[in-house]
Ligand binder design. Structure first.
Ligand code: FES
Length: 272
């Protein structure tokens, strides 16, 4: 991991209340993996004091980007920064997504959980040589303006499915309803496919959605990786503020999400 002052190359609004920022750093971009994150100190003053975690959206040789939603003081300060300004960054941090044999990949995202899934889809298509035809992306949002990265996913050539609360794009209702129908058609448990696919799922977004996707993974006996969203004060295992409950033998233990995650196997996590 590196600690760097990174120059902003671009910081632009991409949806209501949502921004995309690109920063220069060849060190961080070369080492980053989909699902990992950076800790961003939004201001040089003591307010806000703590850095904020953001997962990578995209990387190239000399720069990386992430998406953020303006929700408080830190992200408001970040949204006002311009090209040429500098930000303190720590990263890359955490453990990202992994790929084992799979005939079909299913990505389920919502809100600011969508960017790491785009990064992962791009890596699967461009570096891991997974055919875009075997990648199914399901995004959920309140309305169509918040279906982040829709254009970018479509450009990759993957199958794209949307669900919105108000029906302004795609299915009206929960994205997990669409995912359930898809798993019914493609898995052996669903039983509607005579030659079922080996499916691997990946999900990132609001916790109720992660819980629902994990339940589907269990029901259809599909391997699933979940990127959890938890507050992270340090990002490298020092404050223990990001602990989540995971299974251990017949009981449980607390896992440090910033180091052991943020990506976990769905079957490991205890959601209660
Ligand atoms: Fe401090 Fe994980 S954020 S230990």
């Amino acid at each position: 991991m590196f600690k760097e002052r990174c120059v902003i190359e671009e910081n632009k609004k991409i949806a209501p209340g949502h921004y995309s920022i690109r920063l220069r750093s060849s060190k961080i971009s070369k080492k980053s993996k989909p699902g990992q994150f950076v800790q961003v100190l939004c201001s040089d003053s003591y307010e806000p004091l703590l850095p904020r975690p953001f997962s990578f959206l995209d990387v190239d040789k000399n720069s990386f980007s992430f998406l953020y939603q303006v929700v408080g003081k830190g992200t408001k300060i970040l949204s006002a920064l311009k090209r040429g300004d500098e930000v303190s960054i720590l990263g890359p941090l955490g453990q990202g997504f992994s790929l084992k044999n799979a005939k079909s990949i299913v990505l389920v995202g919502g809100g600011v959980g969508i960017p790491p899934l785009y990064h992962w889809a791009k890596e699967c298509v461009t570096k891991l040589k997974v055919s875009a035809k075997n990648i199914h992306v399901f995004l959920g949002a309140r309305d169509k303006s918040l279906l982040l990265c829709e254009k970018e996913f479509k450009k990759l050539g993957v199958h794209f499915y949307a669900a919105t609360d108000n029906g302004s794009r795609g299915h009206k209702g929960f994205v997990t309803e669409l995912v359930g129908e898809h798993l019914d058609r493609t898995t052996s448990v669903g039983g509607k496919n005579s030659a079922p696919d080996v499916v691997r799922m990946y999900t990132c977004g609001p916790t109720p959605m992660l819980k629902a996707v994990s339940a589907l993974a269990k029901k259809y006996d599909v391997s699933c990786e979940v990127s959890v969203e938890v507050p992270m004060a340090c990002g490298f295992g020092a404050c223990l503020g990001c602990a989540i409950k995971v299974k251990k033998d017949d009981g449980h233990r607390f896992a440090i999400a910033c180091c052991e995650g943020p990506v976990f196997q769905a079957k490991e996590i205890l959601w209660d």
